[in-house]
Design a protein around this ligand. Structure first.
Ligand code: BTN
Length: 262
């Protein structure tokens, strides 16, 4: 079994903002918690925090994130982007997109993006991103992208999980090197991130829509205040979902839990 190896990831990444500070924990409560602590103490943009195991891994909506030691990717990226706050969720999608592209390169398999933060393969959940941030004025002070990706293990039905899950091992039939996969994800993400910082989001947005599981489908989205039902028209350049309601009015939904209506 291959352990996470910061030197290997650095070598694969070469000259990248993500190769400067790579921290690997054997066991930690949550990589997102550690990233937040670092961010508050002036941690550097591009810091990558990985763990072999988390004792309190968190998903969205206060859900648990399960993963046994040394099997999967559990990582948080600390970013300090100079972008408008409305654009923050496009970073989640940029990471989701770079995950699907890295998996395609390593295995030839196609994963899809389930807006706003999930990676799916064959209608089963392969991974999720927990995006947390603090705002200062009209820009984020920091953004943390926390990724849990089922590489060589996934939870079983009887583990009381909400969504059917899968792993790359289940779908591909072979274990993958997590070090190789992380490096590929980070280098792909960096390219998109640079374009987002420059405001060049058109191409990236088109690729997200091509891989979106919900675009064009009848959905309901649970937001903090309400449940929005309608046809998902697509993801816009801020990473928001455009939903045409039954009254014909198009709403821009920045974040929520989307489910397909059959
Ligand atoms: C979700 O699907 O709801 C998002 C899951 C995010 C899990 C990852 S694992 C690494 C990072 N640390 C955490 O505590 N959560 C994220």
């Amino acid at each position: 079994m291959e352990h996470l190896n910061a030197e290997k990831i650095k070598t694969l990444l070469d000259d990248s903002r993500f190769s400067k500070n790579i921290i690997i924990h054997k066991n930690i409560s949550s990589t997102n918690n550690h990233a937040k602590e670092l961010a508050c103490k002036g941690g550097e943009e591009g810091t990558v925090i990985l763990a072999e195991e988390q004792t309190a891994g968190r998903g969205r909506m206060d859900r648990l994130w399960l993963s046994p030691p040394c099997k999967n990717i559990l990582v948080s990226l600390l970013l300090k982007p100079s972008i408008h706050i409305e654009r923050i969720f496009s970073l989640t999608l940029a990471l989701a997109l770079s995950i699907t592209e890295a998996i395609k390169k390593m295995t030839g398999l196609s994963a899809m993006i389930k807006w706003p933060n999930d990676i799916y393969m064959n209608n089963k959940k392969l991974g999720g991103i927990l995006t947390e941030f603090r705002i200062k004025g009209s820009e984020p002070e920091y953004v943390i992208l926390g990724l849990g990706l089922n590489v060589n293990w996934c939870p079983e039905k009887e583990m009381d999980i909400l969504f059917p899950s899968t792993s790359i091992l289940n779908e591909y039939g072979e274990e993958l090197s997590r070090n190789d996969l992380i490096a590929l994800i980070l280098s792909g993400f960096e390219k998109i991130y640079i374009e987002i910082l420059k405001g060049n989001v058109e191409k990236f947005n088109k690729r997200c829509n091509e891989l979106s599981m919900v675009s064009g489908k009848d959905i309901s989205v649970a937001t903090q205040g309400e449940i929005i039902k309608g046809r998902a028209l697509g993801i816009d350049e801020d990473g928001a979902l455009l939903v045409r309601g039954q009254d014909g009015v198009v709403q821009k939904v920045l974040n929520g839990d989307a489910s397909l209506r059959i």
